[in-house]
Design a protein around this ligand. Structure first.
Ligand SMILES: [Zn+2]
Length: 246
């Protein structure tokens, strides 16, 4: 049984979320879902004890209710933030595993909201960094510091090209160098899984973006070559500060 008395939401409230869960379980009410989302995932960034307490019911509903799947996904995507609920997160292991299977089956249907579901699945697998930053590779920039000379390098992966460059305030991206994507055989770990899943589901732009992101870049300043994903992940680990108080 969940002890809702200590499961506060983004407003410090402990009573509203269980009532809203009852309500959305009875009827797929858009307004109730909207309030529930606002209370459980603040500004698309922060989750709360009530978010984890609600997760089992959301995942049970997620098989038949799209909004439940989306909200459960939004919560697990942010589960790596410094929310102080590690015990609650650990208690959700079975629920998150069920959500993992559900999201994977959903992705196979090639839905229009593929990317949010893909990011939710990254969260369910504990890949919080990529769950937070991965975008659609339409026009994405990843600033990294060259591990050899320390110079800031902009990695661009988008429709107009995939390159490393020095970003100049006046001149734009100068001294562009083509990225060197990883071949499918070279990919390992999360990069390999991300590439394989996106390819399986016909998400070619996403798959190719991942191959570039997990590939290598040449530093325009010192000409050395480094792994983009490694440097980017190192520089952008999920933050532990600035958690909102309620
Ligand atoms: Zn360099």
């Amino acid at each position: 049984m969940t002890d809702w008395d200590r499961m506060y939401d983004c407003q410090g409230d402990t009573e509203r979320v269980p009532r809203l869960l009852d309500q959305v379980e009875r009827e797929d009410d858009a307004e109730a879902w909207c309030e529930l989302r606002h209370r459980l995932v603040l500004e698309d960034d922060w989750v709360f004890p009530a978010s984890f307490a609600a997760l089992p019911r959301l995942v049970r509903l997620a098989g038949t209710r799209g909004r439940a799947r989306e909200l459960a996904g939004a919560i697990v995507r942010r589960a790596g933030c410094d929310h102080g609920c590690e015990d609650l997160l650990a208690g959700c292991a079975e629920t998150i595993s069920a959500l993992d299977g559900l999201l994977d089956r959903y992705l196979r249907t090639r839905p229009s909201d593929y990317l949010p579901a893909f990011r939710a699945l990254l969260g369910a697998r504990g890949q919080y960094h990529w769950a937070a930053v991965l975008d659609d590779f339409a026009d994405d920039f990843y600033p990294v510091d060259c591990p050899h000379c320390g110079g800031e390098t902009t990695i661009a992966i988008g429709g107009y090209g995939r390159c490393s460059a020095v970003r100049d305030w006046d001149l734009g991206d100068v001294d562009r160098r083509e990225l060197r994507p990883a071949s499918p055989e070279e990919l390992t770990g999360t990069g390999r899984w991300m590439y394989a899943t996106a390819s399986r589901d016909g998400e070619q732009v996403l798959a190719e973006g991942v191959a570039h992101l997990f590939g290598r870049a040449e530093c325009p300043r010192c000409d050395s070559v480094f792994s983009i994903a490694e440097e980017y992940a190192l520089a952008n680990l999920p933050s532990s500060g600035d958690y909102p108080s309620v």
